[in-house]
Design a protein. Structure first.
Length: 302
């Protein structure tokens, strides 16, 4: 019974720095904070009861829950002088920073996304006659933070011919949204979904610039939309606005066509006074007979 009590006491002995039992301990922080789009380091160190250890060693990281959680990183070192070779790195975004042979399992997480906000658990396995396995039970909670960012800002109309402006922003903590601009517009309630917030400005009644501002503890962001409604004063003004530009275009077109027509038609050539009169056309035979019938000059009549 006393031995069983010692085992239970060993299993239940927790400290703020780590978990210890029979020479084993794992040291991890309870929380780590990283910024969206950047990298973060998850520290993990351990001890074991052996003075030296030169057999195979495996380092493992899981998410969500210990022992049965999804494995996101794994590396194996076969000998004391061999580096830990990566066997698993989910989406190739996890890199080993520590040296497991020096009892350091720390990893780096690159390009943080919202889905990386999970609880992480480190584990070490030492090969031997009886394989020793030890894992952090409480793990590390990774918090991904972000300054506000305007995702979308639009103006739309409804069936009753009224207009609304809608602004959506994201950040962590979720940002507070506010509208500013022309007066006489009513605000609707905001909708929040995780790190994303949407706020709507209803019944836009004045033309002008409407600005959406998002603020949280890490920064501030603004986005603006310009709202103008088309108004026709009366029918005569509307007709003038349409037909005057059309008439001007017609006149310009006629001028261009006239210029093109007269430029192609050159000046007519006048008949020359020095032109020689043309002889009547004849065949060679006719002309020869005419020449033979003519009397020669100076011949005396018979």
């Amino acid at each position: 019974m006393r031995g069983l009590g010692l085992v239970l006491l060993c299993l239940l002995r927790f400290s703020r720095k780590g978990v210890q039992c029979n020479g084993w301990s794992v040291h991890v922080p309870s929380d780590v904070t990283g910024e969206l789009g950047k990298m973060v380091v998850l520290p993990c160190t351990f001890t074991h009861p052996y003075k030296t250890f030169d057999r195979a060693l495996t380092a493992i990281w899981r998410i969500k829950e210990p022992y049965n959680g999804t494995v996101i990183f794994k590396c194996v070192s076969q000998g004391s002088s061999e580096l830990c070779r990566t066997a698993i790195s989910h989406r190739n975004k996890y890199k080993l920073l520590g040296n497991p042979r020096h009892k350091d399992l720390s990893i780096r997480v690159d390009n943080l996304t919202w889905s990386d906000s999970e609880r992480y658990f480190c584990r070490v396995e030492l090969a031997g006659d009886i394989q020793d396995k030890y894992e952090s039970r409480n793990g590390i909670k990774l918090h991904v933070i972000a300054a506000p960012r305007i995702i979308n800002i639009t103006v739309s109309s409804s069936r009753d011919h009224t207009f609304q402006a809608r602004c959506t922003a994201e950040g962590e903590p979720a940002p507070a949204l506010s509208w500013s601009g022309p007066p006489d517009s009513s605000l609707s309630s905001s909708s929040i979904s995780g790190h994303r917030v949407t706020r709507e400005l209803r019944s836009l009644s004045h033309d002008g610039k409407y600005t959406c501002t998002a603020v949280n503890s890490h920064g501030r962001a603004e986005g603006a939309v310009y709202f103008y409604r088309f108004r026709a004063s009366d029918s005569s003004s509307f007709m003038v606005l349409i037909f005057v530009p059309l008439a001007v275009k017609v006149v310009v077109l006629l001028v261009i066509l006239s210029f093109t027509f007269f430029s192609r038609e050159g000046p007519s050539s006048a008949p020359s006074s020095l032109a020689r009169p043309q002889l009547p056309e004849c065949t060679y035979e006719n002309c020869d007979r005419r020449h033979q019938s003519l009397p020669t000059a100076g011949a005396a009549p018979r």
